[in-house]
Write a protein that binds this ligand. Structure first.
Ligand code: UDP
Length: 369
C-alpha cells in the first residue's frame, strides 16, 4: 500500500484530519466500519423530505473561530438557534432553567424574590452549575436549588448516566447550568447553525478531494496488515484497538426509537426533555432543524443505557479518574505497539467533545504534525 496516512473513522474528526492532510498534498485513506460517512453526525433525507439525524439531534455551536471557519468551507449555514423545553410540573419550561422558567413554575411573588436574590448573588446573565447553586446558604436559594435539582437534574441524570448528578464529573451537569437570564436558547455561542444541506453533505464535501480515498464497510482489522508503516489517525475506541486487553472502557449509549406521525407537528420545539417522567430522556423532532415542509413528521425517543459491545453504539465516554487512568493505560500500550499513531475524536480521546471541540482538537493536533 502506498498511502501513508490511514484514518480510522469517517466522522467529523476523521474527515477533518483527512482534509487537512489532503490540502497539504498528502494522500489519506479513510476507513469506516459503518456503511456511511459522518460517524454519529450522519444524517439523511427520508421519504417525507425530512432531514433525520440518525444518531440523535446534532446542533453545531461554537466560539472557536478556527473550527467555525474550517467547517464553513464545506457548507452554507441555516441560521438556527436551539431552544429546548422540559416538562416540569406539567408545563413546558425553558431548559436551561432560567428566569423565564422560574416565572412559569412559581407564584409571581416567589419568582420575583428568587430573581432578585439570584441577581444579587451571582449577577445577571451568569450561568450557575446546579451543584454550585446547591451550596448556597440562603433559604430561598436553597429551595430553588433543591427544586431544580429534583425536577430538572436528578431523574434525567439517573436515566442518562445511571448515577446521581453529584456522582458525575461536575462538568457534565455544568453543560446545562441554571441561567440567570431571560435568554431561552440552549447555547449562547457566537456561531450556531445547522448545515444547510445536512451534516452528511458537509462531510462529503470535506472528503471530496483527489488526495482522499474513503472505504466504507471497512474496519481497522480489515486493513491493519497492509499498513504497518503508516501514520495512523484513530478516532475509534482505543480499548477495541487493543482487543480489550485491560478490560472494557465504559461508555454510555442511546437507543433511538424513531416514530413517524401523520400530522404536521408532534411537539412545540425541536427537543423536549422529560426530566421527571418516562424512561426516555427527550424527544427530538427533526423537521424543525432545517424547516423541512411536510404534512408528516418524524421524532425520536431517546433511551439511554450502558454501552454493550456488539449490542449498541458507544456515544458518551464517562469522565472520572478511574476511567481516565484506564484510557491512559490503553494509550501507552497502543503507542508502544504502533509508533506513529494519533488518537482523536470523542471516542479516541475519550472526551465528551461537542462537534466543534472535535474539529478544534483535530486542527490543533495537525498544527504540530
Ligand atoms: N441534564 C439534566 N436535565 C436536563 C438536561 C440536561 O439533568 O433537562 C444533565 C444530564 O446529566 C445531561 C447533562 O446535563 O447528561 C448534559 O446535557 P446535554 O444536553 O449537554 O447532553 P447531550 O446533548 O450531550 O446528551
Amino acid at each position: 500500500m502506498t498511502v501513508k496516512n490511514i484514518i480510522v473513522g469517517a466522522g467529523i474528526s476523521g474527515a477533518t484530519v483527512a482534509r487537512v492532510l489532503a490540502d497539504r498534498g498528502e494522500q489519506a485513506l479513510v476507513v469506516d466500519k459503518k456503511p456511511h460517512i459522518g460517524g454519529n453526525c450522519y444524517d439523511y433525507y427520508d421519504r417525507n423530505g425530512i432531514c433525520i439525524h440518525k444518531y440523535g439531534t446534532h446542533i453545531f455551536h461554537t466560539d472557536v473561530k478556527p473550527a467555525w471557519d474550517f467547517v464553513s468551507r464545506f457548507t452554507e449555514w441555516h441560521p438556527y438557534m436551539h431552544k429546548v423545553v422540559g416538562l416540569i410540573d406539567g408545563q413546558l419550561v425553558p431548559i436551561p432553567f432560567n428566569l423565564n422558567s422560574m416565572r412559569q413554575v412559581f407564584p409571581e411573588a416567589l419568582a420575583a424574590r428568587l430573581e432578585d436574590k439570584l441577581i444579587a448573588r451571582f449577577g445577571f446573565n451568569k450561568k450557575v452549575p446546579i451543584l454550585e447553586l446547591r451550596k448556597t446558604d440562603d433559604d430561598d436559594l436553597n429551595f430553588l436549588a433543591e427544586y431544580v435539582y429534583q425536577k430538572v437534574f436528578l431523574f434525567y441524570t439517573m436515566k442518562q448516566w445511571g448515577v446521581k448528578p453529584e456522582e458525575l464529573d461536575p462538568a457534565v451537569t455544568g453543560r446545562v447550568p441554571v441561567y440567570v437570564s431571560r435568554d431561552d436558547r440552549y447555547f449562547q455561542n457566537r456561531w450556531q447553525g445547522i448545515p444547510q444541506k445536512g451534516y452528511t453533505a458537509m462531510l462529503e464535501k470535506m472528503l471530496a478531494h483527489r488526495n482522499i480515498t474513503v472505504k466504507l464497510d471497512t474496519s481497522w482489522n480489515d486493513i491493519k496488515q497492509e499498513c504497518r508503516d503508516c501514520r495512523i489517525f484513530y478516532t475509534g475506541p482505543v480499548d477495541e484497538l487493543m482487543d480489550w486487553r485491560f478490560g472494557d472502557l465504559p461508555y454510555r449509549s442511546i437507543t433511538l426509537e424513531f416514530r413517524e406521525y401523520d400530522r404536521e407537528f408532534f411537539q412545540s420545539h425541536s427537543v423536549v426533555n422529560y426530566p421527571e417522567n418516562y424512561d426516555f430522556t427527550r424527544i427530538g423532532e427533526y423537521k424543525y432543524f432545517l424547516n423541512d415542509i411536510s404534512p408528516r413528521t418524524v421524532v425520536s425517543f431517546e433511551y439511554p443505557s450502558a454501552y454493550r459491545r456488539g449490542v449498541n453504539e458507544p456515544y458518551y465516554p464517562i469522565a472520572g479518574e478511574e476511567n481516565a487512568a484506564l484510557h491512559e493505560k490503553y494509550l501507552a500500550a497502543a503507542h508502544a505497539e504502533y509508533p506513529d499513531i494519533h488518537f482523536l475524536g470523542r471516542l479516541g480521546d475519550y472526551r465528551y467533545y461537542d462537534m466543534d471541540k472535535a474539529v478544534a482538537r483535530t486542527l490543533k493536533l495537525m498544527e504540530n504534525l
